[in-house]
Design a binder for this molecule. Structure first.
Ligand SMILES: NC(=O)c1ccc[n+]([C@@H]2O[C@H](COP(=O)([O-])OP(=O)(O)OC[C@H]3O[C@@H](n4cnc5c(N)ncnc54)[C@H](OP(=O)(O)O)[C@@H]3O)[C@@H](O)[C@H]2O)c1
Length: 263
């Protein structure tokens, strides 16, 4: 159970329409916390909202592209009258791969807006109110791609590295005000978004979105950074001062994954 007196009465979950975000919404609802679900497609949002309401809490949905530079105005329209004690920013995958120079500039900017601007803007906004109230939590999602240079996803890898260092900094600033900040390093996870890309990780490589959501919720107070258990060794290997070697490890992993996905 999640402490609703500390992290309620409302949670905002970006990417709340499926996978990791939808599981978090359900678990928060079971603890009596109301949810605001944000994603682009309205139908999956409604489905999760109905599922959550059936557990006896309130749910609001906001169909919004978080890469819209004016997104905060829309988020405020649905949250200004409620007290948000929990922010989970799960949306963040890149759906584009390849050398940077082959990406459309628009896609580069979108990945950075979604992960860097989006996390910073909502953490600034909701974090400020949580600090005033002296309680709350912010969970930001990273990737093993952000632990070391990751060719073919350079903007994404850089954005996830931002997320980790940003979370580490915030954790120390906010802890003294009763606000928990956590960055979760996620890797190969079978989510609907990955399935749409045709990527299914075999059992020994990947985990389910439910596992990631529950691991994050169990570790709210264990910030600044937690690593999904199946990735601990890989992250340890990449946290070395020889950055060329670290990058080559990620390069080999990415090439192997691409091969698996194409087979
Ligand atoms: N799956 C993996 O293997 C893996 C590996 C490492 C890290 N991660 C991290 O784990 C988190 C979740 O990943 P995921 O695989 O579930 O895919 P995801 O695409 O990051 O998340 C899917 C959710 O985010 C919403 N979303 C995506 N882009 C959005 C946008 N621009 N504006 C608003 N909502 C948006 C989706 O709904 P709509 O499509 O309707 O907008 C859906 O609800 C991400 O931060 C990702 O970087 C995942």
């Amino acid at each position: 159970m999640i402490d609703a007196t500390k992290y309620g009465p409302w949670a905002v979950i970006t990417g709340g329409s499926e996978g990791i975000g939808a599981t978090m919404a359900g678990d928060l609802a079971e603890s009596g916390i109301n949810v605001v679900l944000i994603a682009r497609k309205p139908e999956p949002l409604q489905q999760v909202a109905d599922h959550v309401r059936a557990k006896g809490v309130r749910a609001r949905t906001l169909s919004l592209d978080l890469t819209d530079p004016a997104m905060l105005d829309q988020v405020r329209e649905v949250t200004d009258d409620i007290e948000v004690g929990f922010l989970a920013y799960t949306a963040g995958s890149t759906h584009r791969t390849g050398p940077l120079v082959e990406w459309a500039l628009e896609d580069v900017i979108k990945v950075i807006r979604l992960n860097v601007d989006g996390q910073a803007v909502l953490s600034h906004y909701f974090g400020g109110r949580m600090v005033e109230r002296g309680r709350g939590a912010i969970i930001l999602f990273g990737s093993n791609a952000g632990v070391a240079g990751s060719p073919t996803v350079a903007p994404y890898a850089g954005a996830k590295a931002f997320s980790q260092i940003f979370s580490e900094s915030l954790r120390w600033e906010m802890k003294q005000h009763g606000v928990d900040v956590l960055h979760v390093i996620v890797g190969a996870t079978n989510t609907p978004a990955m399935e749409r890309l045709g990527i299914v990780y075999p059992g020994d490589m990947g985990v389910g979105g439910d596992e990631v959501a529950r691991f994050a919720l169990e570790n709210i107070t264990n910030g600044p950074v937690v690593v999904m258990p199946h990735l601990v060794e890989a992250v340890r290997e990449r946290t070395i001062t020889d950055r060329r070697a670290a990058t080559e490890m990620n390069a080999s992993r990415i090439m192997a994954t691409t091969k698996t996905a194409n087979n």
